[in-house]
Design a protein around this ligand. Structure first.
Ligand code: FAD
Length: 309
């Protein structure tokens, strides 16, 4: 068994693994995809001491750092259940492969994923015009009209990013105004090929059976219905924590986030959590790394106070 088993290989899980391994304890890390959301990020300009880097580069550096400490890395594996400790004091992480990894303490860092609109056509045209990752798919729409759904930071960032590639960008926000930081909104307004629609509820994604051709939206308040012809729709309406598999095992908030205290402790003894999957309000790389370190140090503190077996 491991002394500490970390679930998740994003910034939170990687930081936890480094802090755990440096204590000289047996450390394992299981992840579906090492790097997490960072792999989907192009420019990173807010990681203190690094003026500019790119997601895949940071992810590779994180992996090299983790490997240097001899952490047992189990990648391309998905955890499907967390089992509380039995008489042997060992927690269990059950994988979709059927195997169960055992550990004296666990750090949960499964991160988050993009939320979907759920409107008709979205699933049908996913990867055929409907996308969630501007950095990955933006270049596919060079010189073509696109729409962005969502006026928060990620939606406005996406619109700014896409304005440099697409012919025209239409941003649709459900509420009466954008929620993004003022500095981003100012940047957005300075771009000649971006149009912003507020009170705009997307009701359907349209296509010809092969590819997306546009979307339908409802003008809230007036009940007027409109159609917009676009080649791409970028859905940017928030993040969902990857915690469905933890329901009933640890306490989750109404939004499905793992409830932690200021030491990263969850509701289950020996189980700690960090990063975008938790109630921590700021979903950022540096925050996730700090939280991962906190969770690992708390788990270590728990281990030295808890007799083995
Ligand atoms: P994640 O990065 O989501 O990693 C989760 C890990 O858990 C992955 O390894 C995943 O494979 C694994 N996992 C999930 N479920 C399971 C399971 N059941 N079993 C096994 N493994 C599982 N932040 C910044 O600070 N600066 C930026 O510029 C920035 N830009 C961003 C741009 C984009 C496009 C996106 C999507 C995010 C951006 N962020 C940025 C946010 C930042 O990427 C996240 O806050 C950070 O990655 C969260 O780290 P995490 O470790 O909590 O989760």
């Amino acid at each position: 068994p491991y002394d500490m088993l970390i679930v998740g290989g994003g910034p939170a899980g990687a930081a936890a693994a480094i802090y755990a391994a440096r204590k000289g304890i047996r450390t394992g890390l299981v992840a579906e995809r090492f790097g997490g959301q960072v792999l989907d990020t192009l420019a990173i300009e807010n990681f203190p001491s690094v003026e500019y880097t790119e997601g895949p580069k940071l992810a590779a550096a994180l992996e090299a750092h983790v490997r240097q400490y001899g952490v047992d890395l189990v990648t391309a594996q998905v955890a499907r259940a967390l089992h509380p400790a039995g008489d042997d004091g060992l927690l269990g992480i059950e994988l979709e492969s059927g195997a169960t990894l055992r550990a004296r303490s666990v750090v949960l860092a499964p991160g988050a994923r993009w939320r979907q609109t759920g409107v008709p056509g979205e699933a049908e045209y996913r990867t055929r015009g409907v996308t969630y990752c501007p950095h990955c798919d933006g270049p596919l729409f060079k010189g073509k009209p696109v729409a962005v759904i969502g006026g928060g930071n990620s939606g406005v960032e996406a619109a700014i990013d896409l304005a440099g590639v697409a012919s025209e960008v239409t941003l649709l926000e459900y509420e009466g105004k954008l929620r993004a930081d003022e500095v981003l909104q100012r940047k957005l307004r300075s771009l000649p090929n971006v149009r912003v629609l507020v009170n705009a509820q997307t009701t359907e994604m349209l296509g010809d059976g092969q590819r997306l051709t546009g979307l339908r939206w409802l003008e809230r308040g007036t009940a007027l219905r409109h159609e917009l012809a676009v080649d791409g729709v970028f859905v940017q309406i928030g993040l969902l924590p990857n915690t469905e598999w933890l329901k009933g095992a640890v306490k989750l908030s109404a939004r499905g986030e793992i409830v932690i205290d200021d030491r990263g402790q969850t509701s289950l003894p020996g189980v700690f959590a960090a990063g975008d999957a938790t109630t921590e309000p700021y979903k950022q790389i540096v925050v996730a790394m700090g939280a991962g370190s906190t969770a690992a140090l708390s788990a270590f503190d728990y281990l030295i106070r808890t007799p083995a077996g």
